[in-house]
Ligand binder design. Structure first.
Ligand code: PRP
Ligand code: URA
Length: 208
């Protein structure tokens, strides 16, 4: 299985707090955003750099800067919205696209209902964010959609992943790296991640 798991103590602690059934909506949202920011730090670790002449108050020096600043964060609605602020905190000028997908509760197949992306999306490094990678159907469909728009550089960023979801992305899109905070045990009969954290969208937006 090809997956990058960020095994940092702060992330692991925050994730355990998120999982708890006693964690309320406000705290759950804050934790999702904080973990997204910490994951973003890891996801961007290998970005290409170049050098630029920078004048400090003391002298002029040749210093490292990002080679390409064209990024987009694309949340899969709804739950992916809970990760956007965390990414924006690290990359304030990042463009934000939206892909609306919901998982049909009977078939578990993704159903697309919305798509609005930056017009130059094909030139951008895209961070596709969704707290949950369960069967992988939603993320796989979102990646296909982005590829059809000409996007070449996509990173799939999830808080929790199931082995089934990672395998699905590895098979459908072997060129796309998957990043997560934890790889859980399995899916239950309803397609929920075990031990998981429940329904991320409902917990972020307080709809249940
Ligand atoms: C959840 C989650 C993912 C999807 C993961 O969204 O946020 O998008 O399920 O499942 P999959 O990997 O099996 O496709 P959901 O469909 O519940 O919609 P919501 O975000 O609007 O609640
Ligand atoms: N979607 C969620 O919100 N939670 C799961 O465990 C699986 C899919």
């Amino acid at each position: 299985m090809n997956v990058n798991i960020t095994n940092h103590p702060l992330i692991q602690h925050k994730l355990s707090m998120m999982r708890s059934v006693d964690t309320g909506c406000k705290e759950f949202r804050e934790l999702a955003s904080e973990i997204a920011g910490l994951l973003c730090y890891e996801v961007t670790r290998d970005l290409e750099m170049k050098t630029a002449e920078i004048t400090t108050p003391i002298t002029t020096a040749t210093l490292p800067v990002l080679a390409n600043e064209k990024f987009a964060v694309v949340p899969i609605l709804r739950a992916g919205l809970g990760m956007v602020d965390g990414v924006l905190n690290l990359i304030p000028n990042i463009k934000v696209g939206h892909i609306g997908l919901y998982r049909d509760p009977n078939t578990l197949e993704p159903v697309e209902y919305y798509c609005k992306l930056p017009t130059d999306i094909e030139e951008r490094h895209v961070f596709l964010v969704d707290p949950m990678l369960a069967t992988g159907g939603s993320a796989s469909a979102a990646i296909s959609l982005l590829k059809n728009k000409g996007v070449k550089n996509i990173r799939c960023v999830n808080i929790l992943a199931a082995p089934e979801g990672v395998r699905r992305i590895n098979e459908d899109h072997p060129d796309i790296p998957v990043y997560c905070a934890a790889l859980d045990e399995c899916l239950n009969d309803h397609g929920y991640i075990v031990p998981g954290l429940g329904d991320a969208g409902d917990r972020i937006f307080g709809t249940k």
